[in-house]
Design a binder for this molecule. Structure first.
Ligand code: UDP
Length: 311
């Protein structure tokens, strides 16, 4: 079995490369290294069956030989990154998804799209089931990511319906773990690096907005199960344990016995007020539920950031 993973040098992509290699697949990781980095996959270079190709997937993708699956994970994914690279974000979600679908169709491979809870925008239904159509501001700063992923879902379903392509769509909720970029602006790298550097935690707004955090190995397990299923409709994968950002900051301060405290900064525009996945589809169709405790995931992630900072 042979898979192409776009965004293979990114946070989630690199964990997928590792998982598929461990499961005996040959893996082609493709990445333009805009937000991914080679360090994330450096430990895989010596392994049999692993190939890295530096390419921007918004251009025509050529892969020689057969492919069984194409996993399209290329995209800036943190609000700071996609607001810094708005055009690239729109292009990789639209043109990049088109190219990745094209190579899957050419090879007769199963196509799996990394979509996002951002398709629900600032949700008016809570928790969010897959049947909810969302509340997205198309012209706001986050629209570049949200609308790109909504387009990506639409073109994936069009390839499924019109070309009969075997497709999957995973809607990924907040995920964390080693290999997140320390400066990517997301709340987990921000808070953990602040604790490690002895700086106050930067809570945006009053911290009453909620999120739920899934550890990366749980997410990867969900993706593997989805790929092995026959579900062409979108499936949420995330941890349903919801907390406010302020509670999350307090949890981190307690867990790391830190006295740095919090500082309150303005809430970014269109920041969703609540977010929590309804995972009944993943439970029923894939027999999936998250297993890793938040504290254990935070500890492993903190160890990673400590090394990064020391380096
Ligand atoms: N956030 C925060 N401080 C930070 C970074 C983020 O309070 O230093 C908040 C942000 O406003 C949002 C939540 O934490 O409400 C999660 O933000 P993140 O950027 O991780 O991802 P999002 O869920 O918004 O895509």
């Amino acid at each position: 079995m042979r898979v192409l993973i776009t965004g293979g040098a990114g946070f989630i992509g690199s964990h997928l490369c590792e998982r598929f290699l461990n499961d005996g697949y040959d893996v082609i990781a493709m990445d333009n290294l805009l937000t991914g980095k080679l360090e994330n996959i450096a430990h895989l270079f010596g392994r049999d069956g692993f190939v890295f190709v530096k390419q921007d997937v918004t251009n025509y993708i050529h892969v020689s030989g057969p492919l069984d699956a194409v996993l399209h994970f290329a995209s800036p994914a943190s609000p700071v990154d996609y607001m810094r690279c708005p055009i690239q974000t729109l292009k990789v979600g639209s043109l990049g998804t088109h190219k990745a679908l094209g190579v899957a169709k050419e090879k007769g491979a199963t196509f799996l799209l990394a979509s996002t809870s951002e398709v629900y925008g600032d949700p008016l239904v809570h928790p969010q089931p897959e049947s909810y159509w969302g509340n997205v501001n198309p012209i706001g700063p986050r629209g570049v990511y949200d609308e790109a992923k909504r387009f990506a879902e639409a073109i994936t379903m069009a390839y499924h319906r019109y070309h009969g392509l075997d497709t999957r769509i995973v809607r990924i909720f907040n995920t964390f773990g080693p290999r997140m970029r320390i400066g990517d602006g997301r709340v987990v790298p921000a808070f953990l690096s602040q604790v490690l550097r002895g700086e106050p935690l930067t809570v945006y707004g009053d911290g009453s907005q909620t999120r739920s955090f899934c550890y990366v190995t749980d997410l990867v397990e969900g993706v593997v199960r989805l790929l092995g299923s026959t579900c062409s409709d979108p499936v949420n994968i995330g941890n349903p344990e919801e907390r406010t950002i302020r509670d999350f900051a307090q949890t981190i301060l307690r867990q790391f016995d830190s006295k740095v405290g919090m500082t309150f900064l303005p809430l970014p525009q269109d920041d969703p007020k609540v977010r929590r996945p309804d995972i009944s589809q993943a439970q029923e169709l894939l027999g999936w539920a998250p297993k890793v405790l938040l504290e254990d995931g935070l500890k492993a992630t903190c160890d990673y950031f400590r090394n990064e900072i020391n380096r």
